[in-house]
Design a protein around this ligand. Structure first.
Ligand code: SF4
Length: 859
């Protein structure tokens, strides 16, 4: 160990050069950070881990495991509320078993941002933001009270109120230290800042050299109670960046290009690390945009090591000179400083010449489907399945229903905001506005972005076009886009093909708005420019948008700002001190400060609440779902079933099963809020499973998966009712799905809901990483079925499973039983990665495992 001097005095540090003598430069930086973590937190296992990494360098892969101890946890309001509900219920369970409920407290700092609930009810007029925030507080006060309870009942939990920004921007601008000083057992350590977050876009912070990834809510619960994240030593894909971006190409274009490229290379949960001379040409802001989209390119991380661009980013966002000096000194001493000439060993390498990236759109249904601008109209027409025609109400096919500058991804970087504002400025000078059917909005990721846009005068330009600020939260990106313009809604109902256009990171059908099957992802300046045309057209940049002096045509492309114009605005108006000031001011939001919250050790549940209900799975002594059994297929689903399909986040319709349940309990049919806000109410959530009309159930001929068939009677009914019927009859059920089951977000409700349906196992050819761990966390066994064998059970087929013994990646016996007595044996294995996961399944899930451990300790 080495000592270094810091502003707070002498501190110890792990010099990785000595720990991994002679071969450190061959080790990807992400693995160096894991090595540091083991050396500092678990020195007894260091020798074995060093040996495993030696073998990793030889083979580029490893079956070994590592226990990783992150330094903190990040959550948002819709993932934190279900976790807090679980914790409150666990405290009840401990108290009821005679234990001390206050013993269940977080072992790590937990930051929670309240960002996922604000909706775009008002837009394009003065006071829109204030109105939307007031409605947010009215709609969510019960949930927010629970969160305020947590700040007093659970030491270490900090809640950042509405208006303080989107969690990943908040992390970049305020929370991340990159290198931190930690006090442990009376000693001071200098160590890398690391975290896990209950959101799939947590890797955004990889852009500034902080190792982090998204985990499910259940895994986060175990981490915050002091358990490590146990993972297989990851495969690491190196993306070799050469060249530099051409003028006019923005970080959004690069992120979409990387998404396309890496999806084509079939990344499936590996760690991605960027290396090569091209890295040094990208700013911290550029890198964060690319890192943010790691889940879209299928990776756990999108890591950029620490270098002078990182230090510049820290300085520009108001970090102190002392801290910037510490980061540089410590990163060099630890062996984490980036060397553009280095070529570490990677599991595989993907090449990307930055000079080949062009301005792009991605869509109309998936983020990896990149399109040159002049091909978007053709792609939309093809996806709609009909030739474009003149629509109803004068709204043409290809119309843009929503144009939103939104998301942490593309509103955290000043250059992207400046570029959008400069398009608006030129359009305003020409007297242009989007057509009235376009719903416009701006939701920057932090209050400091507003300060920057105001100071530069660009906010007034954006407002003049309808892009006034509607809130500092996820809004459209998470589907809280509010109602469409009435004439647009009518046109869509009449068959007009319409799309969303947003600077977000996802465009799955129905994600942005339930009525919209299509969405294009684009940089903020393209969102503003294309909104002026009002529809997706061939060759948009050559559309004549206005006439200049002497009647000269002005083409849309001429509104885009040059790099020099963008950089001049950023240089002049981005103030480092504004980051802290704007954040501190937003944290004083009066309605939040005045919100009354209980201050008890146990949370006082209300019998009449339709937002917070004590969940049945947060109890000790649950039986596990393993064993040998014969099951009915409850659902049979196709490929790419996302967590949005399984457990939607958007609006609850009054006619839905969940809506009816809430209305029967007194909630107003006109304002049932969104599913994301009901995640503290298991009774509503379980009834809302698969409430997404694009999720098809093969068992009932492809009709919506919110319904299914009861095999013994062949009667069809709502999914929850059929599942209850099976449960009452004591029958086992499983779920069968296609490729990439659980793609999307870290939404633990997609697993909790399936567990509450009584599902014992999910069988699929492949699983998305976070959802797989969430299933394990709920005690549901994920089983990988060999994709070479066609497997599509019918309603009267049954499935025989022997999961008595579950070992990581071990075989599971699965046999399909046909009604005619024939049997089909399938090649299958447990999608279980570590011994710890196997132990969780044996315990019946993560929560019973935590509870049993606590109760044992207190006995
Ligand atoms: S990706 Fe969208 S929904 Fe997720 S945190 Fe960012 S803004 Fe919010």
């Amino acid at each position: 160990m080495r000592q270094i001097e810091t502003a707070q005095g002498t501190a110890r540090l792990v010099p990785l050069n000595e720990v991994f003598e002679g071969r450190l430069e061959r080790l990807p930086v992400v693995l160096r950070i894991l090595l540091e973590n083991v050396a500092r937190r678990d020195p007894g296992r260091l020798a074995a881990f060093v040996a495993a990494l030696d073998r990793w360098i030889d083979d580029g892969t490893s079956g070994g495991e590592v226990d990783f101890h992150p330094s903190r946890v990040l959550m948002h309001d819709t993932t934190c509320v279900p976790a807090l509900v679980d914790i409150a219920a666990m405290r009840d369970a401990i108290a009821e078993a005679g234990g001390d409920p206050s013993s269940l407290t977080p072992a790590l700092p937990v930051d929670v941002s309240v960002d996922h609930s604000v909706a775009v009810d008002w837009y394009g007029r003065p006071g829109a933001r204030e109105h939307n925030m007031r409605r947010e507080m009215d709609r969510n006060s019960e949930r927010y009270r629970l969160m305020k309870w947590a700040t007093t009942a659970l030491p270490g939990v900090r809640v950042h109120p509405p208006g303080t920004g989107i969690m990943h921007t908040l992390n970049l601008e305020q929370l991340a230290t990159v290198i931190r000083i930690e006090e442990r057992d009376g000693e001071r350590w200098v160590a890398p800042d690391t975290l896990v977050g209950t959101d799939s876009h947590t890797p955004m912070i990889n852009g500034i050299g902080v190792l982090a990834w998204g985990v499910g809510g259940l895994e986060a619960e175990s981490v915050l109670f002091g358990m490590p994240v146990t993972l297989r030593i990851p495969d690491v894909v190196g993306v070799h960046l050469t060249g530099r971006l051409k003028p006019g190409v923005l970080s959004t274009d690069l992120a979409l290009e990387v998404t396309h490229l890496l999806r084509r290379h079939g990344i499936a949960g590996e760690f991605v690390e960027f290396f090569g001379a091209g890295v040094s040409t990208l700013t911290g802001g550029d890198r964060a945009v690319v890192a943010n989209m790691a889940p879209e390119y299928g990776a756990s991380t999108g890591f950029f090591p620490i270098d002078t661009q990182t230090i510049a980013y820290l300085r520009e966002t108001g970090r102190s000179a002392d801290h910037c000096a510490l980061v540089e000194t410590a990163a060099r001493a630890l062996g984490l400083w980036f060397d553009p000439a280095a070529e570490p060993r990677y599991t595989r390498v993907v090449e990307l010449d930055l000079a080949n990236v062009t301005p792009l759109l991605a869509g109309p249904c998936r983020p990896q489907d990149k399109l040159p601008l002049d091909e978007a109209a053709r792609a939309l027409e093809a996806a709609s399945g009909q030739p474009f025609r003149q629509g109803t109400q004068g709204i043409p096919d290809g119309a843009i229903a929503i144009a939103a500058i939104t998301s942490c991804t593309n509103t955290s970087d000043r250059r992207l905001l400046a570029a959008a504002g400069l398009v608006a400025r030129k359009a305003r000078c020409l007297g242009l506005r989007p057509p009235t059917w376009v719903k416009t909005s701006l939701a920057p990721g932090s209050p400091s972005a507003e300060q920057f846009l105001s100071a530069s005068g660009l906010l007034a330009d954006l407002e003049a076009l309808g892009f006034g600020i509607v809130g500092h939260g996820c809004t459209t990106c998470i589907g809280n886009s509010g109602p469409l313009q009435p004439d647009m809604a009518e046109a869509i109902a009449g068959g007009t093909v319409a799309t969303a256009l947003l600077s977000g990171n996802r465009n799955f059908p129905g994600r942005v708005h339930p009525a919209l099957q299509f969405g294009f992802l684009a940089s903020p300046p393209l969102v503003v420019a294309l909104s002026l045309v009002g529809r997706i057209v061939p060759d948009p940049m050559n559309v004549e948008i206005a006439r200049g002096a002497g009647g000269t045509p002005i083409r849309l492309g001429e509104l885009l700002a040059s790099d020099a114009e963008i950089d001049a605005v950023v240089r002049q108006f981005s103030e480092p001190q504004a980051f802290r000031e704007a954040f501190a001011q937003a944290g004083q939001y009066e309605p939040w400060q005045q919100l009354d919250a209980p201050r008890s050790v146990r949370f006082p549940w209300s019998e009449t609440s339709t937002y917070l209900r004590r969940p049945p799975f947060a109890a000790a002594g649950q039986e596990n779902r393993l064993g040998a059994y014969t099951a009915h297929p409850l659902l049979v689903l196709g490929d790419d079933m996302t967590t949005d399909h399984i457990s939607p986040a958007g609006q609850i319709a009054a006619g839905s099963l969940a809506g009816q349940h809430l209305i029967e309990r007194g909630d107003p049919p006109a304002d049932l809020n969104v599913y994301a806000a009901r995640r503290g109410n298991w009774q509503a959530m379980v009834r809302g499973l698969f409430d997404n009309r694009t999720a098809a159930n093969v068992l009932i001929g492809g009709r919506p998966a919110s319904r299914t068939i009861h095999a013994p009677t062949l009667e069809e009914g709502p999914l929850w009712n059929v599942a209850e019927r099976y449960r009452a009859e004591g029958r086992s059920v499983v779920l069968v799905a296609g490729e990439r089951y659980g793609t999307g977000s870290s939404r633990d409700w997609a697993a909790k809901g399936v567990a509450l349906l009584g599902v014992r196992a999910v069988l699929a050819p492949s699983f998305e990483r976070i959802h797989r761990t969430n299933l394990v966390g709920m005690g549901v066994l994920p089983i990988v079925i060999d994709r070479a064998t066609p497997f599509s059970p019918g309603p009267t087929d049954r499935i025989e499973i022997d999961a008595t013994q579950v070992v990581p990646r071990g075989p599971i016996s699965v046999t399909l039983l046909r009604p005619d007595g024939t049997r089909q044996q399938l090649q299958a294995r447990a999608a279980v990665e570590t011994d710890r996961e196997a132990a969780i399944l044996v315990s019946g899930g993560m929560i019973p495992a935590i509870l049993s451990a606590r109760l044992r300790r207190q006995a």
